[in-house]
Design a protein around this ligand. Structure first.
Ligand code: MCA
Ligand code: AMP
Length: 508
C-alpha cells in the first residue's frame, strides 16, 4: 500500500489487513480510533489539503492541541505530499510570526480560540488557508474535509523528499528549521521498532507532546510501524499513567516523567510487572533515577539519545546491560565518533565533540545554507554540539554541551533568545541566561541582569517584559541583579561561574 510514498507506506504496512484493530484509546474518555478509521480520516484530511492548494513540498504548519485529529492531520499531510511543520502550543504570537514568515506554509492549522488573533500573522506570511482543527468556527478543517472528499491515492514521495520541518532554536537566538526527509523518518522508525522489539502486541502509553521528534517521530511512528496500539494521554498526569501500567506494555518519556512517577508510593515491582519496557530520552536521566527505578520496579530504564536534526542516534540495548549514565550504543546504520577541536577523531575513552552520520541525519536547515554548512561536515558527519566519550564497550556518554542550551523538562531553551528579549528592556545594560538544577524539570532558567547606571529595575520589570514575547516554559524562574557579569580575560561571560554561585536556588 502507498508504495510510491515512502513514509506513508512504512507507517501503514503493519496495519494493512487489521483495519478493525484499535490504534489509539483516549485516556479518560476511553474513545477509540481503529487503524482503518485513522487512515480513512487521514485520506480525507489529505483531500482537504490538496483542495486548499497543497502541492508536493508545500509546508503545512500546525499549532494544535494534542488530540486524535492532530495525528490524522500529520498523516494527511504526508499522504498529500506536504511537509508537516508542527509548532509548540505554548508559542506566543510573536514566536509564531517568525516561524510562519520563515517557513512560508501554504496552510496553517490552529486551535479555534486562536484563529482570530493568528489570521493576520498568517496573511502577512502569505499563508493561503487558515484552518481550525475541529468542527467549530469558520475555516474548520472538518468542513473542508466534507467538501473536498478523500484523495484517491497517496502523492508520490521518495527517500530524499521532505516530510517535515521542525524548528530548533540556535545559539544566535534565531530558530532554524531542520529539514527531515521521508528516508530519515522511515529508516529511524524501522530501526527503533526492531531494536526495541516492538510488535503488534504492544500497547504504548503515549503522554508526550506531538510537536517534537520524541512524541511524533519516535513514539507515534514506532507504534505505527509495529502495528501496535497507543493509550493516548493529551496531558501528562502521573497517576493516570501509572493506572495504565495494568493494560499497557511500554512507556516512552522524558526524565521528568520518571521522577514524578517515582513520587507515587504505589509504584512497585508488582504494579509494573506487566510492562516490558520503559524508555527515556530528550534530557539526561540521572544515574540516581535509573537506580531508584530499578529498585522500585525491578526494571532498568532504557535510555537513548537523539536530536531534532538526527532523530535517534544511540540506544542502550534491549538485551544486555543498560548502563546508567550512558545513552548506549550507536543504532544499526548510525556511526558515532568523538572528535577534538579540529574535527580529528579521538580514540575510545577520550572526551570530545560528538558527531553522527547515517540515514537518520537531516538534509539541512531550511533556507540557511551557511548554517547547514557550519554543522554538517563534507563527509556527512553532523556536529551535534554535545560533548561526550565512548567507553571500552562502545557505550556513548554525554558529558556536557559545547552549545549554550538549557533542557527543562525535555524542552530545549536557548539562552540567547531570552537574553535578546531581556536586553531590550528599558534600563537593562546586559544579561546572561543560564540553567540551574531543578528537582522536577532537571534544569530551569535563571537570568543575571546588569542594569544601566542609575536604572532602578525590579524582577517584575523583567518578567513582565518577557511574558508576552516568549513561551511560558522559557520564562526565567529566578532573576538576580549584578553590577557586572563575570567574564574571563577574553571578555567571555563565565556562565559556569553563575551556575556555581546560584546552584542551589531551585533545590534548597
Ligand atoms: C510545563 N511548564 C514548564 C515545562 N512544562 N516549564 C519549564 N519546562 C517545562 N518542560 C510550565 C507551564 O508553563 C506551567 O507554568 C507549569 O510549568 C505547569 O505546567 P503543566 O502544563 O501543568 O506542566 P506539565 O503538563 O506537568 O508538563 C511538564 C512535562 C512537559 C510533562 C514535563 O513539559 C512535557 O511533556 N515535556 C516533554 C517535552 C518533550 O517531549 N520533549 C522532547 C523534545 P505556570 O504554571 O507557571 O504557568 S526533545 C526531542 O524530541 C529530541 C529529539 C529527543 O531526543 O527526544
Ligand atoms: P533537540 O533540540 O530537541 O533536538 O534536543 C537535542 C538535545 O537533547 C541533544 O543534542 C542533547 O543535548 C539532548 N539529549 C537528548 N537525549 C538525551 C539524553 N538521553 N541524555 C542527554 N541529553 C540528551
Amino acid at each position: 500500500m502507498y508504495k510510491s510514498n515512502l513514509l506513508a507506506s512504512t507507517l501503514r504496512h503493519a496495519s494493512v489487513g487489521h483495519d478493525n484493530k484499535v490504534f489509539a484509546t483516549l485516556s479518560g474518555s476511553g474513545e477509540t480510533l481503529t487503524n482503518g478509521k485513522l487512515w480513512d480520516n487521514a485520506h480525507k484530511v489529505a483531500g482537504a489539503l490538496v483542495d486548499a492548494g497543497v502541492v508536493p513540498g508545500d509546508r503545512v504548519a500546525a499549532q494544535v492541541e494534542k488530540s486524535l485529529p492532530a495525528l490524522e492531520l500529520y498523516l494527511g499531510t504526508i499522504l498529500a505530499g506536504g511537509v508537516y511543520l508542527p509548532l509548540n502550543t505554548a508559542y506566543t504570537a510573536r514566536e509564531l510570526d517568525y516561524f510562519l514568515e520563515n517557513a512560508e506554509p501554504k496552510v496553517f492549522v490552529c486551535a479555534s480560540d486562536r484563529a482570530g488573533s493568528l489570521e493576520r500573522i498568517a496573511a502577512k506570511a502569505g499563508v493561503s488557508r487558515v484552518f481550525t482543527l475541529g468542527s467549530d468556527g469558520l475555516g474548520s478543517l472538518t468542513d473542508a474535509v466534507e467538501a473536498a472528499g478523500p484523495i484517491p491515492r497517496a502523492v508520490a514521495r521518495g527517500e530524499d523528499d521532505l516530510a517535515a520541518i521542525l524548528y530548533t532554536s540556535g545559539t544566535t537566538g534565531r530558530s532554524k528549521g531542520a529539514m527531515l526527509t521521508h528516508g530519515n523518518l522511515a529508516s529511524n522508525a524501522r530501526v527503533l521498532t526492531e531494536v526495541w522489539r516492538f510488535t503488534d502486541d504492544d500497547v504504548l502509553i503515549h503522554a508526550l507532546p506531538i510537536f517534537h521528534t520524541h512524541g511524533l517521530f519516535v513514539a507515534t511512528n514506532v507504534a505505527l510501524v509495529a502495528g501496535a496500539s497507543l493509550i493516548y494521554h493529551t496531558k501528562f498526569d502521573a497517576a493516570a499513567i501509572f493506572a495504565d501500567f495494568a493494560r499497557a506494555t511500554t512507556l516512552m518519556g522524558v526524565p521528568t516523567f520518571y521522577t514524578r512517577l517515582l513520587d507515587l508510593p504505589e509504584l512497585t515491582k508488582e504494579a509494573a510487572a506487566g510492562m516490558r519496557l520503559f524508555i527515556s530520552g530528550s534530557a539526561p536521566l540521572l544515574a540516581e533515577t535509573h537506580v531508584q527505578w530499578q529498585q522500585r520496579t525491578g526494571q532498568a530504564i532504557l535510555e537513548r539519545y537523539g536530536m531534532t536534526e538526527t532523530c535517534m542516534n544511540t540506544s542502550n540495548p534491549y538485551d544486555g546491560p543498560r548502563k546508567p549514565g550512558t545513552v548506549g550504543l550507536p543504532l544499526p546504520g548510525v556511526e558515532v565518533r568523538i572528535v577534538d577541536e579540529n574535527g580529528s577523531a579521538l580514540p575510545d575513552g577520550e572526551i570530545g565533540g560528538i558527531e553522527v552520520r547515517g540515514p537518520n541525519v537531516f538534509k539541512g536547515y531550511w533556507r540557511m545554507p551557511e548554517k547547514t554548512a557550519a554543522e554538517l561536515r563534507e563527509d556527512g558527519f553532523f556536529i551535534t554540539g554535545d560533548v561526550g566519550m565512548i567507553d571500552e564497550d562502545g557505550y556513548v556518554s554525554i558529558i556536557g554541551r559545547s552549545k549554550d542550551l538549557i533542557i527543562s523538562g525535555g524542552f530545549n531553551i536557548y539562552p540567547k533568545e531570552i537574553e535578546l528579549v531581556v536586553d531590550a528592556v528599558d534600563g537593562v545594560k546586559e544579561s546572561a541566561v543560564f540553567g540551574l538544577p531543578h528537582p522536577d524539570f532537571g534544569e530551569s532558567v535563571a537570568v543575571a541582569v546588569v542594569p544601566e547606571d542609575g536604572a532602578d529595575l525590579s524582577v517584575e520589570d523583567i518578567t513582565s517584559a518577557v511574558a508576552p514575547q516568549l513561551a511560558r516554559f522559557k520564562h526565567p524562574r529566578h532573576v538576580v541583579f549584578l553590577d557586572a557579569l563575570p567574564r574571563n580575560a577574553m571578555g567571555k561571560v563565565q556562565k559556569n561561574q553563575l551556575r556555581e554561585t546560584y546552584a542551589d536556588v531551585f533545590t534548597k
